[in-house]
Design a protein around this ligand. Structure first.
Ligand SMILES: [Zn+2]
Length: 171
């Protein structure tokens, strides 16, 4: 996949179709202001600005700020990042790995109880406090077997780590 297409696909996955449309327009231009982008896409300026901020946080776009002497305020001119998309992918993976580690710790730190009727989940402390009865529907709680979930989290984490390492050693 060409790196521009990879960038657009990533942006769509993370920020949605409209964000991907913004990137696609920026690909063909040197730089555009918020207003110009909104005009090109027939989108609300406020929405364009919100999406641009999201794209900036994920490092898909950069901006140049210039003072408009006529109106006396600053205008922002946006362009595509010059970072390689691979680096954005790696950063993304690192964030996902952090999230998975957090979930993994949560699952393994404590024992859980679940309501067989409504599916509500409680920590052992919460369940103890409730006398092992669901707070929502009064059903008796059952110990929650999270072995499968923990195994799945572990596997996903390992896969993520392996692909990252492979990329680092091959480049
Ligand atoms: Zn319940």
């Amino acid at each position: 996949m060409r790196s521009e297409e990879l960038l657009i696909t990533l942006a769509r996955k993370i920020h949605g179709e409209d964000a991907a449309r913004i990137l696609r327009v920026l690909m063909d231009k040197a730089e555009l202001s918020d207003e110009e982008l909104a005009y090109e896409l027939g989108m609300d300026v406020a929405r364009v600005r919100k999406l641009l901020n999201e794209l900036f946080e994920s490092r898909f776009v950069r901006y140049r700020r210039a003072r408009d002497e006529n109106v006396g305020w600053y205008r922002y001119y946006w362009r595509i990042t010059d970072e390689p998309p691979e680096r954005i992918v790696e950063d993304r993976k690192r964030l996902v790995a952090q999230l998975l580690e957090k979930l993994f710790l949560e699952e393994t730190r404590d024992e859980y109880y679940v309501c067989p009727a409504c599916g509500s989940k409680y920590t052992s402390a919460e369940a103890d406090e409730l006398g092992y009865v669901c707070a929502k529907c009064g059903e008796v709680l059952e110990p929650y077997d999270n072995t499968a979930r923990v195994e799945k989290l572990k596997k996903t984490l390992e896969q993520l780590r392996n692909t990252s390492m492979m990329r680092e050693t091959s480049s």
